[in-house]
Design a protein around this ligand. Sequence first.
Ligand code: SF4
Length: 365
Amino acid sequence: MAGIYLHVPFCRSKCAYCDFYSVARPELAGAYAAAVGREFAARRGELGCAPVTTLYFGGGTPSQLPPDIFCDLASLLHTPEVEEFTAEANPDDITPELLGRWVDAGVNRVSLGVQSLQDAELRAINRRHDAAGALKAIDTIHRAGITDVSADLIYGLPGQTRDSFADSLRRLVDSGITHLSAYCLSYEEGTLLWRRREQGLVDEMSDDDIADIYGDLCRVASEAGFEHYEISNFALPGRRARHNSAYWRGVPYLGLGPGAHSLDVDGLRRYNRSDLRAYISAPASVLTPDPVDREEHVNELILTALRTAEGVSLADIPAPYRAEVLAAADAHLRRGTLTRSADDRLVIPEARWLLSDAIIRDLLI
Ligand code: SF4
């Protein structure tokens, strides 16, 4: 099996925290789509004979693509084997008409950038929508017949409190979503929020407050029936994101569009430069092979698998490195910051996931 990721690099405005590649150039959507067609024709062989079972349109903002262009791209990339077709959306763009087109194109899962259900917090990060708009969008998606709805939330926002996050979280899990991705705000260099912090205009939330909110997040999600299956991801039973789960298991995927990354069937990683104009002129030539050596492969496996509830299987770590990883794990196993399951997997207990970066760092070879 394999997946296809399409990076849609258009956003109407820039959110204050975001360093993803996107541009406000909607007039280039047609040229972009034509370039995707050329890139796909040149690169489809990278997935070998593996059937494409997941399709993911991310961004940027796929809901900013004109519906005709979205549907053309969907019909180019969709195959009968696709089981999950996710499209990311901004709540402000959601209409019954748009969703009707998406459903016809095969979309069966929507990932909605909610981020918060407090209007003041949304304004502080330059989001286009308000809380009422986000809840209305979820309702509209349900009415269109799409039952798999994921929502993104951010904790650590300027002005956010433990209570305001809890309120957003409770209203969101009550809205009928089946999946939740909750991320800690990070101040990325060059973003508007980063500049505001440098100027002393916003205060970063303390580690203690972050830990309290993360504890609330895990508890409330669990009480609502969500499984915490990856450090930032929660799903109702049977509703885990198949596309993202495949990334964490090292399943090959083809990343199309400027800024997209790929992993081919031979384990070779590639990435497309984040430059829409260059991409439109020569879509298949912006690839830059980025060969990784065997140790980097092992580290990638540890890095991704240890962020999941299943952890990393020792059987998946090549024999020459297993003893080294186990020796590094020993202190954590004795301390309880790692456990070793009956089927020989190293797992970080959920209560320690907030500290997972430090634990994982110790295990890298
Ligand atoms: S809509 Fe998404 S991709 Fe676009 S600027 Fe905001 S966070 Fe970034």
